[in-house]
Every structure is written in structure tokens, then in C-alpha cells.
Design a protein around this ligand. Structure first.
Ligand code: SAM
Length: 227
């Protein structure tokens, strides 16, 4: 099993692939918050919350969205709580299984769903989660998601699955053999009336991709989303 606390230590190297991915996620979140349409955020498998909390801290206090982080590991959840307290950012940290709908249905719907670092789930769970995502979101809600290339690059299929589920892609940043960060906005599609009881379960980690990782510039981004 992956030791997720040890996994987070990769962030201590500012040039690691994970740190580069983090900066993209934060930048996209910053842009979305600046658009003023995000009032409620749900982050599943949130780790220690470092993607969300520092970005919220930079926002004016009165414009900060209500934010719920769901994390299974109690130590990482405590780290997230500490980080939020130190930044004076009010977030709710739920210690629980983010794959289970009952953990977070009470906070629905949200304007932004964060699915970052959820790579250790079965392929069919990925696509089931994307299909269910509209059911968690307000109209014109947005998903920020990440996926590594791994040894079998599913990023093209995941991007397509968002389109199929009624989302438009408003940004996709990636490194060919490294991370992918997608921002997708709900623009069409039928409402999801019932959510599955379970969206996903964690399984064995996928194999890392081979090949040279080339850093990519992050292009300017003006989120526009309507339904
Ligand atoms: C790859 S890390 C991503 C953390 C964070 N989202 C980030 O990108 O930095 C995956 C996280 O999911 C957590 N996790 C694993 N299974 C989970 C589950 N069933 N429910 C909630 N969190 C889970 C792990 O403890 C870990 O913190």
C-alpha cells in the first residue's frame, strides 16, 4: 500500500513533478476564484489541503467559498486542519472515505469539485466518477482533476469522458510523461438524478511512465463557463 504521508514529502522538492503539478492546480483554482462564480468547493482525497488552502488565503476574506476537504488519513487531515488554522482560512475537513457518497452528500451541490491525485483507482471507477460528477455540481459547476501519464496514459480517454458527460474543457495542462491537470465545466447533459453509493475505491498504484519529463509553460486562462 502507498504511504500517503511519505508521498506528500515529494512536495518538499520544489522542482518535483508533483510540485510542478501543484503550481498548475493552484493557478487554475486562483483563476476560477477570480471569476467570482465559485461559492462552494468539495475536494475529494484532499491530502493535506495544500492545493486549496494557500489559494483561499490569498482571497479577500468575504469572497472565500465554503470549502470541504475529505481525506481518509487522520494525520493528513490534521495537517490540513493545521494548515487552514495557520492561514486563518475556515475550511471543514472531513475524515472519511471519499469514495462513498454518504461521506459528502450533505454538502452538495458544489460549484467546484476537486479530484486531484486520485490515480490509484480502477479504470472503470474513473469513468463512473466522471459520469456521476454532474450530480455533485451546481449548473455550470467546474471540476479540476489530475491524472499522471503512468505507463498507460488514460488522459485522452478521461478528457473525452468529461465531454461525454456534458462538460466543456476550459483548460488542460500537461507534461507528456508527467502530470495532466484538467479544468472542465458543466455545460450540457441531463441531470444525474441518483448518485451511486460508491464512486471509487483505492487499489494498487499504477506504474510510473518512462521517458523524460519536460516542463510545460502554463498558458493564460480566462475561465468562461455558462449553461
Ligand atoms: C495522491 S494523494 C493526493 C492528495 C492531494 N489531493 C494532492 O493532490 O496533493 C491521495 C490522497 O487520497 C487519500 N485517500 C486514499 N484513499 C482515500 C479514500 N478512500 N477517501 C479519502 N481519501 C483517500 C490518501 O490518504 C492521500 O492523501
Amino acid at each position: 500500500m502507498t504511504d500517503w504521508r511519505e508521498w506528500h514529502e515529494q512536495y518538499s522538492d520544489p522542482v518535483s513533478s508533483l510540485s510542478r503539478r501543484l503550481r498548475v492546480v493552484q493557478r487554475r483554482l486562483e483563476d476560477l476564484l477570480a471569476s467570482g462564480s465559485i461559492r462552494r468547493i468539495l475536494s475529494l482525497c484532499a491530502g493535506d489541503g495544500r492545493d486549496v488552502i494557500p489559494v483561499l488565503a490569498r482571497r479577500p476574506r468575504e469572497g472565500r467559498p465554503d470549502t470541504v476537504l475529505v481525506e481518509l488519513d487522520p494525520i493528513l487531515a490534521t495537517d490540513a486542519q493545521r494548515r487552514a488554522a495557520e492561514a486563518d482560512v475556515p475550511v471543514s475537513v472531513v475524515v472519511g472515505d471519499a469514495g462513498l457518497a454518504q461521506t459528502w452528500t450533505s454538502v452538495l451541490t458544489v460549484d467546484l469539485l476537486m479530484l486531484c491525485g486520485i490515480g490509484n483507482i480502477a479504470d472503470e471507477d474513473i469513468f463512473d466518477t466522471v459520469r456521476a460528477a454532474p450530480g455533485l455540481l451546481s449548473p455550470a459547476g467546474v471540476v479540476i482533476w489530475t491524472r499522471e501519464a503512468f505507463n498507460r496514459d488514460l488522459r485522452p480517454q478521461i478528457r473525452q469522458s468529461f465531454e461525454d458527460a456534458g462538460f466543456s474543457e476550459i483548460a488542460f495542462d500537461y507534461e507528456p510523461a508527467g502530470y495532466g491537470v484538467g479544468v472542465n465545466c458543466l455545460t450540457s447533459g441531463a441531470p444525474v438524478s441518483t448518485l451511486p453509493e460508491r464512486l471509487f475505491s483505492f487499489v494498487r498504484p499504477p506504474t510510473p511512465a518512462s521517458g523524460r519529463v519536460v516542463a510545460q509553460p502554463v498558458k493564460p486562462f480566462a475561465p468562461r463557463c455558462s449553461r
